[in-house]
Write a protein that binds this ligand. Structure first.
Ligand SMILES: [Zn+2]
Ligand SMILES: [Zn+2]
Length: 232
């Protein structure tokens, strides 16, 4: 619906973003500036190192999925249907004009959601705190978390990329994405969810954090949940 490329392409670029973070082989390398990491990377030819190192990314897990192969094969047909035609048409069911549907639910939605998503690559690599690893650029930033449905804990995500929560705490208020994955897990559509133990996080915070972990109130929240477990 948002035209961010097929899942197969998206995941390849995302895995490169983690493996070669903030080098020329990172598709939205934030060291090339705010504008480049936000939208500029989509306006210019890819850096040659991206093509050189692209083949080192293993996507066999995704290629094994027939739904993803279907989406990649018919992507150019699926995008106008899902991104323009359906959002424009649906509001006409309750009497809106087709033009209103087109400008608000298709075009505005498209521009707005893309820019919100890109915030993770631009602001999320620039202004905020680094509770887990002060030696990397990605930051944790609460206001961004609100609008990006749980992706704003980017310092955490780059430090522990295998944690499905993409955040230390499991609350849903700032993390709609986790709520979605948990719901899918309940009905069996998501499984083998990986996470990180509190001890591993604590050690890492002490070893490489910038000291802002306390300001976020994580310690108190952990103690409270620990007390609750004991009481229960
Ligand atoms: Zn990521
Ligand atoms: Zn990142």
């Amino acid at each position: 619906m948002i035209g961010e490329g097929s899942v197969l392409n998206w995941v390849r670029e995302h895995r490169m973003h983690h493996k070669y973070s903030e080098t020329n082989a990172d598709p939205h390398n934030a060291t090339r500036g705010f504008f480049f990491s936000h939208i500029g990377w989509l306006l210019v030819r890819k850096h040659p190192e991206i093509n050189e190192k692209g083949h080192t990314i293993d996507l066999s897990d995704l290629w094994a999925d027939p739904v993803l192969r279907f989406q990649k094969k018919y992507y150019l047909l699926l995008v106008p249907v899902a991104c323009l035609i359906i959002p424009s048409y649906v509001p006409t069911l309750w009497g809106e004009s087709l033009w209103n549907g087109y400008f608000v639910c298709a075009i505005f939605q498209f521009v707005f959601v893309l820019n919100i998503t890109w915030l993770i690559n631009s602001i999320g690599h620039k202004w905020g705190s680094k509770p887990y690893d002060k030696n990397i650029n990605p930051v944790d930033i609460k206001p961004v978390s609100l609008v990006v449905l749980g992706e704003g804990f980017h310092n955490y995500h780059h430090t522990f990329p295998w944690d499905y929560k993409t955040a230390e705490l499991g609350g849903y208020s700032l993390n709609f994405t986790k709520l979605f994955i948990d719901t899918m897990a309940k009905i069996g559509w998501a499984y083998d969810l990986k996470t990180v133990s509190t001890d591993v996080i604590k050690n890492r915070v002490q070893r490489t954090g910038d000291g802002s972990h306390k300001e976020w109130g994580y310690e108190e929240i952990h103690e409270l949940s620990q007390e609750k477990i004991i009481q229960d």
